[in-house]
Ligand binder design. Structure first.
Ligand code: 5U1
Length: 708
């Protein structure tokens, strides 16, 4: 090849590689395999190796170019990096909208009838006019966006090339993180297209997606390094690496939501588009990922609707957001509104209730669970988080406490997202007092704290357990509570307080004892009126003919969830047959492996467990064979695997419908799986399906199958 041709090839390779980076990291829509991408990169490296004078800083091979730095140099922002005013209440948003409307009316940019003042010749509508086939005006036009929980950065491009990247710092001066930012493949080293202004500063957020964060933490643990407490800390830690090689290994993304200086070649400031939304589209044209989930809203009511909708969808987004941002769309109006202190008056952040807060860890109590697991529970200085006041949070197990290095007396980060149990994420090490006390389970609980039985920790298990079994009142209570739950015997009205009183008073020891409870007796318990007692006795009575699978599940055998219970019940058909089954017999049940088989065997080898079953029989509890419902069975003989969140069906509902259609639901993908049904944030099961060539369906596909 001639040098000219080789040079053409080099330029073509760079363009092609950057296009693949854009598809993969910005559009989330890769079009070639990793192997193909690697081959292009190797070809480019080979040419640059033979022609070192052809290497330029914007070559995709030069993303990780710089040597480790000694420090981050200060950078003065050409245009201040602003922060946003925060609002938490709807009232604050109504006041914001009123303020904006008032100022814009006063400025003459809006007229009281809601029409744009045409004198300035606007290209768009700020406050749409009624009539002419349009809806009547509802208010000022805003753009609403997600507020990412990441780190604000500013990227400076000169003549289309990335020349500097800086943190926000105090808004006037940040730190130079160019070498690290260059390693992010969602950041173009050279602006796409040929319409780039002489100077362009793009502002936005660097963040780590939740799935990437989970994978990174798995790697940290595998390397015996400390995991990060949350995606934001992981992103911050990754950007503050002095060695860009380390940052290059971290899965960071950049989303643009604003801009700083924009100038033409003569040094004149430019305003290339007239609205916020059009500016973001303009930035997207240069190769940036821009704020997804953007929406035009008119007036405060629509802003609040957006807030509610995003709040409801928040948990299923691939990344953390801590609120939404509202910006007046029209840039002239933004200018008129101006700034107060460091925040613009044209925008506001509407924050969600914090899902994470810090508080003091006052002590660690130990609770005993249904299977005897000793669970350390954090006793906290009360803190308002995720919309409720939290005083206790789970610490999972002793290993977890040591792994997170949580000590009594620490200031800790507490997380409560949605309905999940609050958990201690980790300590704030900078605030650790000198007398913070490490936790030692054996010192606190040499025996079971409830029944005094010996405790044991089996080889390879993270959990220490009480060996007391149903002798232990804590295990008894939890077992009863489990047995009464919806998926088990569904005994309405048997709450944890009543169970506590029944067990502590020695009235109920096992599930069978429930069937001896009478109305009169129950009505003597606190907060049990005659009507509640009557309803409870009726609910207990109604549970006397449960499907066998539910009774099996109600017994609370370790590793036997409701799906396994159903498989086992269908296979054996009677409780006696299950109790008599050997491990080998149990292994004949599809999806039952050695752990489950051994657990069922162990359970029925215990005389007291067989006695409970006999007592249930004596009390008139007669399990019914599980029969698949009559009618069409379009999924007969098929095993499906569910992963991710479906738009409308819950996991339970999808499972119920598949079973009703004669199919089975398994927890793991194998070559025998007929279909994998994948919703949002599908995980490794989807990858496994793709690897094994198992067909993948979405919810609509599943519904089509179900309807035959
Ligand atoms: N989505 C979004 N986040 N965010 C943060 N937009 C946005 N705009 C900001 C900030 C600090 O500031 C500009 C309004 C100046």
């Amino acid at each position: 090849m001639t040098d000219d041709a080789l040079r053409q090839r080099l330029l073509a390779l760079r363009t092609e590689i950057e296009a693949h980076n854009h598809r993969y990291y910005v559009l989330d829509d890769p079009s070639v395999s990793d192997a193909h991408y690697d081959r292009l990169m190797a070809d480019l490296q080979a040419i640059e190796h033979d022609h070192p004078d052809w290497v330029t800083p914007d070559s995709p091979t030069q993303r990780v170019g710089a040597a480790p730095a000694g420090h981050f140099a200060p950078v003065r922002h050409a245009v201040r990096m602003l922060s946003l005013g925060n609002a938490f209440e709807d009232q604050d948003i109504l006041a914001f909208d009123e303020r904006v409307t008032g100022i814009l009316l006063e400025s003459g940019l809006l007229t009281p009838t809601g029409q744009v003042d045409q004198a300035d010749g606007p290209q768009h509508e700020l406050f749409p006019a009624p009539g002419a086939g349009k809806q009547p005006a509802h208010g000022v036009a805003y753009v609403a966006e997600y507020k990412f929980d990441g780190l604000a950065v500013s990227l400076r491009y000169e003549q289309g090339r990335l020349t500097q990247a800086a943190t926000r710092g105090d808004g006037s001066e940040g730190e130079d993180i160019t070498a690290n930012i260059r390693t992010l493949r969602s950041v173009p080293l050279r602006l796409h297209g040929d319409a780039a202004p002489a100077v362009l500063e793009v502002r936005g957020e660097v963040l780590m997606a939740r799935a990437d964060f989970a994978r990174l933490n798995e790697q940290q643990l595998a390397r015996r390094e400390k995991p990060f407490v949350n995606p934001r800390n992981a992103a911050a830690g990754s950007l503050r690496q002095l060695d860009p090689q380390v940052t290059a290994q971290r899965p960071l993304r950049f989303y643009a939501y604003g801009w700083g200086q924009i100038q033409d070649a003569a040094g004149h400031d430019l305003r290339p588009r007239a609205t916020q939304a059009a500016m973001l589209d303009w930035l997207a044209g240069f190769g940036f990922a821009v704020s997804p989930g953007r929406q035009h809203c008119r007036g405060a009511a629509e802003l609040l609707r957006f807030y509610a909708a995003v709040g409801a969808a928040r948990a299923s987004l691939p990344y953390d957001i801590d609120g939404v941002v509202y910006k007046v769309d029209d840039l002239r109006a933004q200018e008129v509104l101006g700034f107060v202190a460091r925040a613009p008056r044209f925008a506001i952040a509407h924050k969600f209730p914090a899902q994470e807060e810090t508080t003091r860890l006052l002590g660690i109590d130990v609770q005993v669970g249904r299977t005897g697991a000793l669970t350390p529970v954090a006793r906290l200085q009360p803190v308002f988080v995720g919309g409720v006041t939290v005083t206790n949070a789970t610490l999972h197990n002793e290993d977890e406490i040591h792994r997170k290095d949580v000590r009594i007396g620490d200031t800790v980060i507490v997380r409560r997202a949605g309905d999940v149990i609050p958990e201690v994420v980790g300590p704030v090490l900078e605030l650790r007092p000198a007398d913070a006390l490490p936790f030692d389970l054996l010192a606190v609980c040499p025996v079971c704290p409830v029944c005094g039985s010996a405790i044991e920790r089996l080889e390879g298990e993270a959990i220490t357990r009480c060996t007391g079994g149903l002798f232990c009142p804590a295990q008894r209570k939890q077992t009863l509570w489990h047995a009464a739950s919806r998926k088990a015997l569904d005994i309405d009205g048997l709450g944890d307080k009543l169970i506590e009183q029944l067990v502590d008073g020695g009235r109920v020891s096992t599930l069978a004892d429930l069937y001896g409870l009478g109305e009169l007796e129950l009505s003597t318990y606190p907060r049990m009126g005659q009507k509640s007692a009557q309803n409870l006795v009726q609910a207990i009575d109604q549970s006397r003919r449960p499907p066998l699978s539910r009774l099996l599940y109600a017994l609370g055998i370790r590793h036997v969830g409701d799906t396994t219970a159903r498989d086992v019940a269908r296979h054996f058909g009677s409780m006696q047959a299950i109790m008599d089954a050997s491990e080998d017999d149990l292994l004949q049940v599809p999806d039952v492996g050695p752990v489950v088989a051994a657990s069922i065997r162990r359970f029925f080898a215990e005389a007291h467990n067989r006695e409970v079953v006999a007592a249930l029989q004596a009390a008139g509890v007669e399990p019914q064979a599980d029969v698949a419902p009559a009618g069409a069975k379009p999924l007969a003989g098929k095993t499906l695997v569910l992963t991710g969140t479906m738009p409308t069906l819950t996991r339970d509902e999808a499972t119920r419908r598949i079973l009703a259609a004669g199919g089975k639901v398994s927890g793991s993908v194998s070559r025998k799986t007929a279909w994998v049904v994948a919703g949002d944030e599908a995980g490794s099961k989807l990858a496994k399906a793709e690897e094994l060539g198992v067909p993948v369906l979405d919810e609509a596909g599943l519904l089509a199958l179900l309807s035959g």
